[in-house]
Design a protein around this ligand. Sequence first.
Ligand code: ZN
Length: 164
Amino acid sequence: MQIITLGNELLRQKAKKIEKIDGDITALSQEMFEILERDKGIGLAGPQIGIMKRIFVVHVKDDDLRVFINPSILETSHDTVKFEEGCLSIPGIYTNVIRSESIKIQAWNIKGRSFTLEASGLLARVILHEYDHLEGKLFLDYLPENKRVKLMEKYEKSCKKENK
Ligand code: ZN
C-alpha cells in the first residue's frame, strides 16, 4: 500500500464511519503500522492510503501502538503550543503549527471496545493531526495564507525535481 500525497483529492474528503470492527479492520491496522514503521512516521490515517474509513494509528516513541476507530475529540485545552509538524502525505515540508496542549478523545479499539484517553504533548498533537485527516483537513490549513503559499511553492518545486 502506498501513501497518497498532496494533490490527491482523497486527502480532502471526509472519511466514513466504520460499521463493523472485524478481522479486516485488524488486518488494516496491522498494515498501517507496517507502513508507519517503514516510512518512519508517528501517525497514519486511513485516507492517507486511500482508505476512506475513520481509523488512524499512532506510534509515538516509547509509547504503545495505538489504534483509534470512529474517534471523537471530546475536549481540547485552551492552552496551546507551537511545535514543528510534518506529514507523510506532504513529504519534505515541516512547519510550526499551533494546537491545543492537551485533549480528551473517545474511540473504539480493534477489539470493538470503547475507550477514552487523555493525552498531552506530542501524543495529543499526533492525535489531532491524524483526526484532521479523517475530516479532509491538512496541517497546512492552519497556516497564514502567505506562509502556506510559500510552502506550497517549495513543495511543488521538490516534486518536479523528483520527477526529473
Ligand atoms: Zn498527516
